[in-house]
Design a binder for this molecule. Structure first.
Ligand code: C2E
Ligand code: MG
Ligand code: MG
Ligand code: MG
Length: 297
């Protein structure tokens, strides 16, 4: 099939390559079908949010006891497809972004997180904040901060219970306008964090100017802790940088007790990952909300 592709490209007699490979047509057809189904998914109520807890990593804790240490939940989008079952973002997020559907879906995500916060607030005295991932398209949308304000006000939720996660590339694409939008969100009381930190490019000058609350260390730096000395050095440097800027540090992708112990030794503030909990449907969060984390030693 690679030969076929090269052959058609060579014979097209133009600079732009033309592929007539059957498998690629099948890929394109599947993508088109997925796109069509995504257009209907919102009105059919096929999206849902799962929630992954973050827990505090105090130096006083042994690895076996993190009771009551939940600091928040991250909302993660899932698509309940009638035939394919539960579909993860990697399967559809790029389509939502390229088509612009992420704007409508993103607004649904904010509204749904607010509804969930209301539900939890009705039965609990204290509700931890929920973090929402944003995409570049949303941040670039005119009036985004105002849209957020309207959704949150309509839901009757305390804006301080919402956090937004943004990546370095989103922030650095147009840092001046990002500063303005983040200041608007911050003024409403929302928290702001940088996701996947260390995998993109950040200007330290801007990092200082963005009104941030936390940096989330990308899981690629956590994966090989503590054995990989480069990753250990990077992780410690990020923690030190964050603390110098008065930011909290959350480590993503904590999968083992060894990861937890290393991050504890480096002075990381919070952790998130399969070792603590997978992302859970809202109904399955009750134990985390009322009892806090219960880790097996
Ligand atoms: P992210 O924001 O960096 O989220 C963390 C991802 O790592 C999640 O994947 C989570 O399930 C996964 N994860 C958590 N703990 C572990 C661990 O210990 N090990 C490993 N290997 N993975 C872990 P998920 O839910 O598939 O989401 C992938 C990405 O999709 C997210 O990365 C985020 O960039 C994007 N995304 C998810 N929901 C939304 C949304 O509502 N809006 C937007 N714009 N993007 C979203
Ligand atoms: Mg995130
Ligand atoms: Mg991340
Ligand atoms: Mg990510």
């Amino acid at each position: 099939s690679a030969d076929t592709a090269m052959y058609s490209a060579k014979n097209s007699g133009r600079n732009n390559y033309q592929f007539y490979v059957p498998e690629m047509n099948a890929d394109a057809a599947l993508r088109l079908q997925t796109e069509h189904q995504l257009h209907l998914a919102l009105e059919r109520g096929e999206f849902e949010l799962h929630y992954q807890p973050k827990v505090r990593l105090g130096s006083g804790h042994g690895a076996g006891s993190l009771n009551g240490a939940v600091t928040g939940f991250e909302a993660l989008l899932r698509w309940r497809h009638p035939q394919r079952g539960l579909v993860a973002p990697v399967e559809f997020m790029s389509i939502l972004e390229e088509t612009g559907m992420i704007l409508a879906v993103g607004e649904w995500v904010i509204g749904e997180a607010c509804r969930q916060l209301r539900t939890w607030s009705a039965v609990l005295q204290e509700v931890p904040p929920v973090a929402i991932n944003l995409s570049a398209r949303q941040l670039g949308q005119a009036g985004f901060a105002e849209t957020v304000r309207a959704i949150v006000a309509a839901a009757g939720v305390d804006p301080r219970l919402l956090e937004f996660e943004l990546t370095e590339s989103m922030l650095m694409a147009d840092p001046e306008s990002a500063v303005t939008i983040l200041q608007c969100l911050k003024a409403q009381g929302m928290r702001l964090s940088v996701d996947d930190f260390g995998t993109g490019y950040s200007s330290l000058a801007y990092l200082k100017r963005f009104p941030l609350d936390a940096l989330k260390i990308d899981r690629t730096f956590v994966r090989d802790l503590p054995a990989d000395s480069d990753d250990a050095a990077i992780t410690k440097a990020v923690i030190s940088l964050a603390h110098s800027l008065h930011l909290r540090v959350v480590a993503e992708g904590v999968e083992t007790a060894a990861h937890l112990r290393a991050l504890q030794a480096y002075g990381c503030d919070e952790i998130q990952g399969y070792y603590i909990s997978r992302p859970l449907p809202a109904q399955a969060c009750a134990g985390w909300l009322t009892q806090g984390a219960e880790l097996a030693a």
